[in-house]
Design a protein around this ligand. Structure first.
Ligand SMILES: *Cc1c(COP(=O)(O)O)cnc(C)c1O
Length: 733
């Protein structure tokens, strides 16, 4: 067997990213190198010394694993008996084009910053698993986001790096003559060139646009290099490349989508490019194709903070998009009006969300509570309608179970739910048998996963402390260690102010009491990045870091640097309790808690985002009762008190109340209840089925009424009024 060729084949399709048996195949060849290359199999294979593979072709156990890995990949790619084959047939010839400014597929492909990107990555993976034909369209950020470390005093330091496309699972898209395709994109007073990369994500493709190509000015070459870097002009030009360049790229590849799904406002120019294609094809005016373009378009909005919506100064829009406007044969006023609540208001900025809402047949929020916020926020676009008739629905986010589930949990699922649980995980009835799981068995897995996670965190923190000591010129002291038997709490996400990561640190006396309790101790693991321009976020990180250095909390409260998909995956698989305390109602959804729940961890959160609809009194714990005070300090005080009380009087007693066998029966009952009620419902599989039946098929003109009934039975989450009404294609103002 040609071992290097087979390994290379496995490294080329991102399928490996959610198949732990393939990951282990690579890792076991050289665990240290595997970590050094940030789990990137292509770089790994290129740096693996040839001797490392010596004799591997005679190593029978290894050859068996490799053969099986390849066979399973082929089976996966060729399978016909997939959900999409039965339910998404109309998308086969004309797939969904899924646009997103970021895609978080794996830590080694640095084209994401946080939740939005990870959601898009999970969307692609779940679409592939289900056999839903879907092409992702995004940007290639050679410098990615940034790597985080903390200085000696705890201040965040950002490290940029330059990803080499050569060591990523990307291929240049070429034309029939083998020449790289260069798309001409009109902007300002000239044309710039856009190149295309492609990646295979299971059965589906991801296209990434890149302006770093020959023929472009130096400034244009760096346009797509950084995620959310640069000024407003950079941003709008990136969005032009994403939306308009993305439609051109699909066309160049001969892909004619039946549906354009715009994931958040950044990519909303896509629908204008679509309109232009329709104008050219049919020789029609913009007004005549406008409804048709909107009828093919699905828009998801993710922002619950009014100021968080992407918007641009009108003069900047005209400057950068003037050429597109002229192609659409629109006056400046009419063009700008597409992004304004009041088209006649010359002062109003151009909002990408308004563009998305006006130019789509289905617009969705990402949770039930976010739906309420969104319909109130955008009621102004439909002033004659009461809020409950605003034509925006919601599909609650979900996570890709294959990417986030610990192997030991997957084995438990296989044992109790049957070997085909992955194919039926979106069905609540699949999960009823969870109640029959052996408490001892589940608790043993929980203990093992916690110990494994603690080991990972201890090693990471130790490494970071050593580096910090070196940089700061002081002596490294080996700190006290986290304890694998202690109730372990995770608090990890972006350090944005409304997320209140430091809420738990409001009263250090009480934290001291909780953490250092003689019989019921706790330990807390923090992680998260602050946006490079967010000094407030950075000072919160700094204060958290300083608390980790307080003698009362050393070895009990720790901060793990560089929160990314890798850190997140380790934490969610072993944490006992995941705390999330956003200031309601500012969290649109949140997904990390879903990853925790499927692994047997419990959530303790404010009733915001997904938790507002997920919490049933027994599948985790709540902070507060869903109140919203306008006095933030007062709200913080109420919520912090409720958080401490929950930890002291509910969580800790339940976790430490052991029976004669050493099992915390009450805790395990809650774990099971969480597994049963949350995993199916907040899986990306359920989310994709909702999107397909609720949005994609209607947009592609392929929905039958029997499927609609089916959806509601299967998911029970399909509750948005406008989907059920099958909203008319045009709802432009
Ligand atoms: C899942 C995930 C998120 C989103 O989680 P939130 O609950 O929205 O914070 C963010 N960042 C990373 C790296 C993730 O894996």
């Amino acid at each position: 067997m040609d071992v290097p060729t087979k390994l290379k084949e496995l490294s080329k399709n991102l399928y490996w990213a959610w198949h732990p048996e393939v990951v282990k195949l690579f890792r076991d060849l050289h665990p240290e190198l595997w970590r050094q290359v940030n789990h990137n199999p292509i770089e790994f294979l290129s740096r693996l010394a040839e001797q490392a593979l010596d004799g591997k072709d005679r190593d029978t156990p290894f050859i068996n694993r490799l053969t099986q890995g390849i066979r399973k990949l082929h089976e996966y790619l060729e399978a016909c008996e997939v959900w999409g084959a039965w339910h998404a047939g109309p998308l086969r010839a004309h797939p969904v084009a899924y646009f997103s400014a970021e895609f978080g597929i794996h830590e080694s492909l640095p084209i994401y910053s946080g939740g939005l990107g990870v959601l898009a990555g999970d969307h692609l993976k779940a679409a592939s698993d289900l056999g839903i034909p879907l092409v992702g369209v995004g940007l290639f950020y050679a410098y990615g986001y940034f790597d985080q470390s903390l200085e000696a005093g705890g201040w965040q330091r950002e490290h940029t790096f330059s990803a080499e496309a050569g060591i990523l699972p990307l291929e240049v898209v070429k034309d029939a003559n083998g020449k790289p395709i260069r798309l001409p994109l009109k902007t300002e007073s000239y044309e710039m060139w856009v190149g295309i990369w492609k990646a295979s994500v299971g059965r589906n493709l991801l296209l990434l646009l890149d302006t770093n190509v020959e023929g472009n000015s130096e400034q244009d070459r760096t346009l797509t290099s950084q995620l959310y870097g640069g000024d407003r002009r950079t941003r709008i030009r990136q969005e032009l490349v994403l939306g308009v360049g993305g439609m051109l790229a699909l066309q160049a590849l001969g892909i004619k989508p039946s549906v354009v799904h715009m994931n958040e406002g950044h990519c909303a120019f896509a629908v204008l490019a679509l309109a232009h294609l329709l104008m050219e094809r049919d020789g029609q005016s913009f007004d005549n194709v406008r409804e048709q373009a909107a009828a093919m378009t699905v828009f998801t909005t993710h922002t619950a903070v009014a100021a968080g919506h992407d918007q641009f100064d009108p003069s900047l829009v005209e400057q950068v998009l003037g050429p597109l406007r002229r192609q659409l044969e629109l006056s400046e006023q009419d063009f700008l009006g597409l992004g304004r609540v009041d088209p006649t208001n010359k002062k109003e900025p151009f909002s990408m969300t308004v563009l998305g809402l006006k130019m789509s047949r289905s617009a969705t929020a990402v949770s039930s509570l976010h739906h309420r916020i969104t319909t109130a926020m955008w009621n102004c676009l439909w002033p004659s309608l009461p809020q409950n008739q605003v034509p925006i629905g919601y599909i609650t986010n979900g996570v890709h179970v294959g990417s986030w589930l610990a192997e030991a949990m997957a084995e438990l699922y296989t044992k109790y739910l049957g070997p085909d649980w992955r194919e039926k995980m979106h069905d609540p009835t699949t999960w009823a048998v969870v109640e029959e799981m052996d408490d001892v068995e589940l608790w043993e897995v929980t203990q093992d996963l916690r110990a494994y996670m603690i080991d990972y965190v201890s090693r990471s923190v130790g490494r970071q402390e050593r580096t910090r000591a070196q940089d700061g010129g002081y002596e490294y002291v080996d700190r006290l260690r986290l304890d694998p038997q202690v109730l372990t709490i995770g608090i990890a996400r972006r350090f944005a102010q409304y997320k209140r990561l430091d809420l738990i640190l409001r009263d250090l006396g009480r934290v001291d009491w909780l953490v250092n309790h003689v019989h019921r101790p706790m330990q807390i693991i923090f992680a998260g990045k602050a946006h490079p321009q967010d000094d407030r976020g950075k000072s919160i990180i700094q204060s958290v870091y300083q608390i980790t250095q307080d003698p009362r909390f050393q070895g009990k409260v720790v901060f793990v640097e560089n929160y990314d998909i890798n850190v997140c995956r380790h934490l969610v698989q072993g944490i006992d309790l995941w705390i999330n305390t956003p200031r309601r109602p500012l969290e649109a959804c949140g997904t990390s808690g879903m990853k925790v729940a499927m692994n047997g961890g419990l959530n303790l959160s404010t009733l915001d985002g997904w938790w507002a609809e997920a919490y049933d009194g027994y599948n985790g714990f709540a902070v507060g009762q869903g109140s919203e005070h306008s006095n933030w300090d007062h709200q913080d005080h109420i919520d912090a008190t409720s958080l401490y009380d929950a930890l002291e009087f509910e969580v800790a007693p339940m976790f430490y109340d052991r029976d004669a066998d050493g099992i915390p029966r009450g805790w395990v009952a809650r774990q099971k209840h969480a597994l049963r009620t949350l995993t199916w419902r907040f899986s990306a599989r359920r989310m994709l089925i909702d999107y397909t039946l609720g949005c994609y098929l209607p947009a592609a003109g392929g929905l039958t009424s029997s499927m609609r009934v089916d959806t509601r039975l299967v998911t029970g989450t399909f509750t948005s009024p406008h989907h059920e009404a099958g909203r008319a294609p045009s709802r432009t103002i």
